[in-house]
Design a protein around this ligand. Structure first.
Ligand SMILES: [Zn+2]
Length: 461
């Protein structure tokens, strides 16, 4: 028997409406006891973790991660992506199918699952493509993908433009009890856009990606969810109009959901004009009531680490995404961790690939913008990282029920720290957040009762 006792942390388990100082005992990989005196049941040889002053919660789940394997392992591998997840406090990640080749057949699903089992330090679940080769032309074999173990289907990175094909995808997905996740982008409206269409795209001389390019497909998905009864999940919501559409649809019972990524609720399109433009106005909202940092992080205009898809939008959109997360319209928080090599990002803004890494800064940025800002309590915030994604894809995780998997995250909600390039476990360095003053830090990541990563105690002093 191997056992682990986390003693006297602030245990927050939204599924059981628990928020109290307690012990968590994990025996043989499963939660064995939770309570103020659960430690009394610990075997004498149990490994012990002193969690006083720290939050202990169900293992965090990130349902939107690009692991780049197979085919693009210069950017990331299953092993390094999972290691970055562990450093970020995530016990479970869900990888996207836009690999090379795409995850559009059972053999690739099996290959990833086996490799993740051997090399991944955290739990890895796989999504399959909606269409063959993510080309948007004919459906992937959805039934055999499900049999091979995918937890959802998505063409993420791309968007099925043919509404009739999307309708059939939803009908199949419903038959197989799969959620369809969608990257909402209307190609005709977005065309060659590289940043949000608005004041700053005009100032910067870059082609705009209008909010309507996202809202159009969110509206389409609502209509098709109503038509088919299938569950549709709108990925990385960035625009105010999308949040409004989702809120109204959920109120009338449409089986639709949405997610938010920290970059969309921390940054704005002003960041593409450089750090001075950002900190002059939009950036100050990150420090409500002060104090502001002694030194603000700096970056040049046209920095490609601020280029992602969908793009950073206006301060108004940022506020709408925050409100959407706080009121539950967007029930899932995730990173859209999208690693790229330096040489790919070190080109002109127009030519750089979209996307940034995010697993290691996601918890801190979410705590800052949602909890420290007073918008949400810790229980609701943890729900967006645990029960929210677990329900979305039907995982029996995200709780500390006795008998549940022994996946636990320990974090310090108040620790101040700075994210540095040399601290990352990812292979890639395309983060806009190096050198940022952050508040809230993962301390330990535990899956099946084993500590997979822990912060050196000196770092917390
Ligand atoms: Zn996407």
């Amino acid at each position: 028997m191997n056992s682990l006792l986390l003693s006297q942390g602030r245990v927050i388990d939204p599924a059981n409406r628990l928020d109290q100082v307690a012990d968590v005992l994990i025996v043989d990989g499963k939660i064995a006891a939770v309570g103020p005196n659960a430690g009394a049941q610990a075997p004498a040889d149990a490994e012990r973790f002193e969690a006083a002053g720290l939050v202990v919660c169900p293992g965090l789940i990130d349902c939107h991660v690009h692991l780049r394997e197979p085919g693009q392992s210069a950017k990331e591998s299953i092993a390094t992506g999972a290691a970055a997840a562990a450093r970020g406090g995530f016990t479970t990640i869900v990888c996207m199918p836009n690999t090379a080749p795409a995850i559009d057949n059972a053999a690739t699903v099996t290959w990833i699952r086996e490799r993740a089992e051997q090399q991944g330090v955290v739990n890895v679940y796989v999504t399959g493509a909606i269409t063959r080769n993510i080309a948007g032309e004919e459906l992937a074999p959805i039934g055999s993908l499900k049999q091979a173990g995918v937890v959802a289907i998505t063409d993420d990175g791309h968007c099925v433009q043919d509404h009739e094909l999307m309708r059939r995808a939803l009908e199949y997905a419903k038959m197989f009890d799969l959620t369809v996740m969608d990257h909402c982008q209307d190609y005709s409206l977005v065309a060659e856009g590289v940043m949000h269409e608005g004041y700053w795209s005009a100032v910067s001389g870059l082609r705009g990606w209008p909010s309507a390019g996202e809202e159009m497909i969110v509206a389409r998905n609502i209509m098709l969810a109503d038509l088919t009864g299938a569950r549709v999940h709108c990925q990385h919501i960035s625009a105010l109009g999308s949040v409004q559409l989702l809120r109204a649809a959920k109120a009338k019972g449409t089986p639709i959901s949405g997610e938010a990524c920290p970059h969309h609720f921390v940054l704005t399109d002003a960041a593409i004009a450089g750090s001075d433009a950002f900190w002059e106005k939009d950036g100050l909202a990150l420090f409500p009531g002060g104090p502001t940092p002694a030194k603000f992080p700096e970056w040049p205009a046209y920095d490609t680490n601020f280029k992602m898809n969908p793009p950073l939008r206006s301060a108004q959109d940022r506020e709408a995404v925050l409100e959407g997360v706080a009121d539950g319209t967007l029930e899932v928080l995730c990173s859209d961790h999208a690693p790229h090599c330096d040489f790919e990002k070190e080109v002109e803004f127009d030519y750089a690939p979209f996307g940034i890494t995010g697993l290691e800064t996601e918890l801190a940025l979410s705590l800052m913008q949602l909890y420290h800002s007073g918008r949400m309590g810790l229980t609701d915030l943890i729900t967006r990282f645990t029960l929210g994604p677990a329900r979305l894809i039907g995982l029996k995780k995200g709780t500390l029920d006795v008998g549940a998997d022994g996946d636990v995250t320990v974090f310090d909600p108040d620790a101040a720290w700075v994210f540095e390039r040399n601290q990352s476990a990812s292979k890639s360095f395309n983060s806009p957040f190096y050198g940022w003053p952050l508040k809230g830090r993962p301390v330990a990541t535990i899956t099946a009762g084993k500590i997979r990563w822990r912060l050196r105690p000196a770092a917390l002093a």
